[in-house]
Design a protein around this ligand. Structure first.
Ligand code: UDP
Length: 252
């Protein structure tokens, strides 16, 4: 097979030129990083789990009418997506206090917020993805007011969908991060949910026990990350069924 052209290598994924114009192959790596890549490890199987979970969430979103960049899964580690121009913002939606919000505002982790809180961070690893306001976004031209209205509406729809799906399998959606891309269709552009949706970019707590089933397991050394992600995948039914060995038929 001809060597594919690598477009970009990120912390958890590598992007290759896709087979048709306007498409990209997302390859999910086993690399785990936290605290702006100061903590690193290779977690066997993480890439496979995130590929399957991201496919599950993106397909669910498409089925309820939320546009995403997802086209189809290619194999256990790769999916084909539409090429888009990523808006340089991390969009964070929070239902319960945790992580940087809990620290910044002195709210105990796990406290339910009065309503979903949407935050924006400027995507720049060198700066540590700083929190920005809509004022910065407009002033520096990262997105227009119309984009921001669309982004807020997409973020809240993703939140309702994900929170509902997770609640159905006994998991509380504490918060998550999404990225949004621009897709051009002739003279028009539309915004789509891009990148990935996986336990790498969500906080997920078991409703009964409060056990963490997301990347905090790695960030805070709470046990096996693969076990946590496998549990999420198992509850959602996205793990491939184990094949029962086929018994040879005896022919008389
Ligand atoms: N998040 C992410 N990528 C980032 C920063 C945050 O996926 O670069 C996710 C994180 O997993 C959590 C949510 O966004 O689900 C909110 O993260 P927070 O701002 O609390 O930052 P953290 O405490 O993770 O540094």
């Amino acid at each position: 097979m001809a060597r594919r052209k690598k477009i970009y290598e990120g912390k958890a994924k590598t992007l290759y030129e896709g087979p048709e114009p306007g498409t990209i192959v997302q390859y999910f790596k086993d690399d785990a990083t936290a605290f702006n890549a100061q903590k690193k490890d290779v977690i066997e199987g993480k890439g496979v789990l995130n590929n399957l979970l991201s496919e599950y969430f993106m397909l669910g979103l498409i089925n309820i009418g939320v546009p995403t960049h997802f086209l189809r899964r290619l194999n256990m580690r790769e999916q084909l997506v539409r090429s888009c121009e990523i808006i340089p913002l991390e969009i964070i939606v929070r239902n319960f206090a945790a992580g940087s919000l809990a620290t910044r505002l002195g709210i105990e982790e796990g406290t339910q917020l009065p309503r979903p809180v949407v935050e924006y961070c400027y995507k720049d690893d060198k700066l540590g993805d700083p929190l920005v306001t809509e004022e910065h976004i407009a002033a520096f031209g990262w997105a227009t007011q119309q984009d921001m209205d669309d982004i807020l509406s997409l973020a809240l729809r993703v939140n309702d969908f994900l929170a509902g799906v997770m609640y159905g399998v006994g998991i509380k959606l504490i918060d998550f991060k999404i990225e949004i891309g621009r897709v051009y269709e002739g003279d028009y552009q539309r915004l789509v949910v891009a990148d990935e949706i996986s336990p790498d970019s969500c906080r997920l707590w078991d409703i009964q026990t409060g056990q963490k089933l997301d990347k905090d397991v790695f960030r805070r050394d709470l046990g096996s990350l693969t076990d946590a992600y496998t549990e999420v995948a198992r509850r959602l039914g996205v793990l491939p069924k184990t094949t029962t060995p086929i018994k040879p038929t005896l022919i008389n």
